[in-house]
Design a binder for this molecule. Structure first.
Ligand SMILES: [Zn+2]
Ligand SMILES: [Zn+2]
Length: 222
């Protein structure tokens, strides 16, 4: 016996390292419906399009964790190519999205464009693709408008550059604040629970529990 309400969506996903910063662009989809989202298309749009074709999914949205060039450099081009909407980050990163072109030029990236998303996100919003639903957590500190996407059902989060395996996001960029970042992590991420796994913007993923116990920035050793 099956019932609509008992349906638990299964997710599929792949990581596409993009730009010279090896940013973890993520293609995430609902296995049942093949509806997909691209999170943080920082650049190398042809690589992202290849991954979409290989996964045989239909991308319906672009979600952004924050406005840094390595996360958004390919967003406007991908929006135009796929004819989808850009969702996020929080409006506090407007000043970054107004200078995507300059930032890209500084790092020798071509094709980067200034843009605005179709929808800004706030704490408490939800976003979904197919049967996958994510809560939005506003986690400033690395950038003022950083957001984290959290799926309670999957015990999974995409934390952007807020938290890394063994480290935390840099806070020496404009609008960054170490104190604010630590506060975001301790009040928004740690309470999600030790068994929540996460993908981050650079390097390998981890779990909240692993970081709570061993991350030097959270244990007070850093
Ligand atoms: Zn960043
Ligand atoms: Zn980054």
């Amino acid at each position: 016996m099956t019932d609509e309400t008992e349906h638990k969506a299964q997710a599929g996903g792949t990581i596409i390292p993009v730009t010279l910063f090896q940013q973890n662009c993520m293609l995430l989809w609902d296995e049942a419906t093949r509806q997909a989202v691209v999170i943080d298309p920082g650049g190398d749009v042809p690589l992202i399009l290849d991954a979409i074709a290989k996964a045989n999914v239909k991308v319906e949205q672009i979600w952004l964790t924050h406005g840094h060039i390595d996360h958004v450099g390919g967003a406007d081009e991908l929006r135009e190519t796929l004819k989808v909407e850009i969702i996020g980050p929080h409006v506090a990163d407007t000043f970054l999205l107004e200078h995507v072109e300059d930032s890209g030029a500084k790092y020798g990236m071509t094709g980067t464009r200034n843009f605005m998303p179709d929808r800004w996100l706030n704490e408490g919003d939800t976003v979904s693709v197919g049967g996958l639903t994510f809560d939005v957590l506003h986690c400033p500190g690395h950038s003022p408008g950083s957001v984290v996407y959290y799926s309670k059902a999957m015990k999974f989060a995409h934390v952007g550059d807020v938290l890394f395996a063994g480290s935390i996001g840099r806070t020496d960029f404009p609008g960054g604040s170490h104190e604010t970042l630590i506060n975001s992590i301790t009040t928004k991420l740690l309470p999600l629970g030790d068994d929540v796994g996460f993908i981050c913007g650079h390097g390998p993923g981890s779990s909240i529990g692993q970081e709570r116990m061993t991350n030097p920035f959270l244990t007070g050793e850093a």
